[in-house]
Design a protein around this ligand. Structure first.
Ligand code: HSE
Length: 320
């Protein structure tokens, strides 16, 4: 929650102070940004679809400086290089010509399939654009943040950075980003397994049959319509994919069992989040808690530790 909103529950003078706090901090050359985790692909939209998640999120603090320095804390931060040439946010700061002292508090574990590097890149792009008054729109910041993504994944993908910057459901193509404000309850179950995006891309089939293409188009259309209607049934139906997901499922111990358990508990659709290993389920609000505990149990029965986020589609990066 933005600091302004927290303080606005106190008395009137604090409320006015809270309103001006971000402006005062910006004048002092400082900003804080919260950028959400994301889930890319959603089954039928490989490398195109993405959603912002209400939780978890990365929080980064920025302070104008003569050169870029990076300090990391939080989930999996010990595995992320602080060298600006090897960190997603270093490339973003270069692209915006915006040197800063950057403190990143990771809420999104790396190699989770929840857009961890994209969340940091998105936060840096939105925050440095504001701090240095660069004047880019949210949509224009997407390819800038994607450059940061490329530092770790070896390729620039917009499907995670677009929702982290713009919020909601996004369709990212060569032509740009289409964004829809959607509200769908989700369960993200993250097993204690590491799958790198590079490895997950190596198993993607190079060809697909025409009948699979026809099915994918139908599912992608159903999912997009479901997002417009806030309809978990249609979204879940549209998450079905017979091309990329089955190939990647082999990298996730217990995927099939967790998927079947979630569907039996009422999930409307289940797929791999991004490159994995997080397993993502769409559902009705009333079923979410039961699905979350069922997915944890199913991983547990395979001897795989996991954690679960009961979440939903949320907004994009917030500056405060
Ligand atoms: N669409 C990408 C993949 C996600 O599934 O490999 C990482 O950006």
């Amino acid at each position: 929650m933005p600091l302004g909103r927290v303080l606005s529950t106190a008395n009137g003078s604090q409320c006015r102070f809270a309103t001006f706090l971000p402006t005062l901090l910006k004048l002092a050359g400082m900003l804080t940004v919260r950028a959400p985790a994301t889930s890319a692909n959603l089954g039928s939209g490989f490398d195109v679809f993405g959603v912002a998640l209400e939780r978890p999120a990365d929080v980064i603090r920025l302070e104008k400086a003569d050169r870029v320095t990076i300090e990391m804390t939080g989930a999996g931060s010990q595995y992320i290089p602080e060298d600006p040439d090897k960190n997603t946010v270093g490339a973003v700061a270069d692209a915006l010509d915006a040197p800063a002292r950057i403190q990143i508090d990771k809420g999104v574990r790396p190699a989770s399939g929840l857009g961890s590097s994209a969340a940091s890149a998105a936060a840096a792009a939105v925050g440095l654009n504001e701090l240095y008054d660069r004047g880019y729109s949210r949509e224009e910041l997407v390819p800038i943040a994607a450059k940061g993504e490329a530092v770790v994944s070896g390729d620039a993908h917009d499907d995670n950075v677009a929702p982290s910057i713009m919020g909601g459901f996004t369709i990212a193509t060569e032509q740009g980003v289409t964004q829809v404000d959607a509200d769908i309850p989700l369960v993200a179950c993250l097993p204690d397994i590491v799958v790198s995006t590079r490895d997950a891309r190596n198993v993607v089939p190079e060809t697909a049959r025409v009948d699979q293409m026809v099915e994918t188009v139908g599912n992608a259309a159903a999912l997009t319509t479901g997002m417009h209607r806030d309809d978990p049934e249609l979204v879940g139906q549209g998450m079905h994919d017979t091309v990329v997901t089955p190939a990647r499922a082999k990298l996730i111990d217990g995927y099939e069992q967790v998927r079947e358990a979630a569907l039996a508990a009422g999930a409307t659709g289940v797929t791999i989040s991004g490159a994995g290993p997080t397993v993502m389920a769409a559902c009705a609000e009333d079923d979410r808690r039961q699905i979350a505990s069922t997915m944890l149990d199913a991983f547990g029965e395979r001897g795989v530790d996991a954690r679960v986020y009961q979440t939903r589609i949320g907004g994009g990066a917030e500056v405060f």
